[in-house]
Design a protein around this ligand. Structure first.
Ligand SMILES: Nc1ncnc2c1ncn2[C@@H]1O[C@H](COP(=O)(O)OP(=O)(O)OP(=O)(O)O)[C@@H](O)[C@H]1O
Length: 298
């Protein structure tokens, strides 16, 4: 389990992370989302003891990272910037990590096999493609067989086969009871991989919950009718109505059957009555539209 309590990080004038409190539970994949500059990497770096909080705490299974005797046995991580010596082979890199964490050398071959790098294990890591480097990073994260994993943009640079591979791997790790915190900008991928979401913007918590709750919250009914006064009639019955660019009504707060019943009772002809559930991407854009650091003018 990962627990954040009032976690805050200030870089000069920038409040990169602002009083974050949330829990990442075991046995689930928790997606960590936010627009560019929201503070995701800074939060992960503080959980991993790479940045010191200005205030607040981050603990992994009840301890701060610096209290962990053999960190790789408790938490594995993949951060965007990979620190691998370019002239060192994948195997040597992992052996070095294993030694410094008192892990058996035999574990190195196991993780190389698990990530599909056995054939290139003795090649210099400097010549690896982005996808191979990601796989090496994942091998390092899994080296200590840790109960907690933090993965920042793990599908970066992977081809479709690699993306499917990592999705299956991550889901399997959570199914084994591990705690997995995963950040990604790819919403479709997140929708397929995560069970829960934590969304932040400008360093602050915006929302958290089961993935289905995010799309349910934005559920609407698309209505087309030649009767322009029907929008007002819907509002008088408690619905919220937005008019789309083609004149269609986007109705929230009322189910499709109730819209249909009201139309029938009023004798209003309907040309369309379609329940609409937003994609995770639409739900995310709606949630974070006030927290985008570098957005296009609207
Ligand atoms: N070392 C630093 N010095 C000054 N400002 C920093 C530093 N690190 C991060 N920031 C600022 O803190 C904020 C949060 O950055 P962070 O990289 O954590 O966001 P992010 O959500 O990971 O973004 P992205 O999705 O673009 O990777 C940004 O405004 C960033 O410019």
């Amino acid at each position: 389990m990962i627990q954040l309590n009032g976690l805050t990080k200030r870089h000069g004038d920038v409040l990169a992370v602002d009083d974050l409190t949330f829990t990442v539970r075991p046995g689930l994949v928790t997606g960590f989302l936010g627009p560019n500059g929201a503070g995701k990497t800074t939060t992960m770096r503080m959980i991993l003891g790479l940045d010191l909080p200005t205030s607040g705490t981050a603990t992994i299974n009840g301890r701060s990272h610096r209290e962990l005797l053999h960190p790789l046995r408790t938490v594995g991580s993949l951060l965007e910037a990979q620190a691998v010596h370019p002239r060192r082979s994948a195997r040597k890199h992992l052996l070095y990590l294993a030694q410094s964490n008192d892990l058996p050398a035999g574990r190195v071959s196991e993780v190389l096999n698990l990530v599909g790098l056995s054939d290139v294990a003795d090649k210099k890591a400097g010549g690896f493609s982005l996808g191979m480097s990601q796989r090496l990073g994942i091998a390092a994260a899994l080296l200590g067989d840790p109960p907690v994993l933090l993965l920042d943009e793990p599908v970066n640079g992977l081809d479709p086969e690699g993306v499917l591979w990592i999705r299956t791997l991550i889901r399997g790790l959570a199914a084994e009871g591990r705690t997995v915190l995963l950040s990604s900008h790819l919403m479709n991928e997140m929708a397929l991989t995560a069970d829960r979401l934590v969304v932040i913007g400008k360093g602050r918590l915006i929302a958290e919950g089961e993935i289905g709750e995010f799309t349910e919250a934005g559920a609407a009914v698309i209505v087309r009718t030649p009767e322009t006064s029907f929008a007002r009639r819907l509002e008088l019955s408690g619905a919220l109505v937005e008019v789309g660019i083609d004149g269609e009504l986007l109705v929230t707060g009322m189910s499709a059957p109730d819209v249909g019943r009201l139309a029938a009772a009023e004798g209003v002809p309907l040309w369309e009555l379609t329940p609409h559930r937003p994609s995770l991407e639409e739900a995310f854009m709606r949630l974070t539209r006030d927290s985008v650091e570098f957005g296009a003018a609207r």
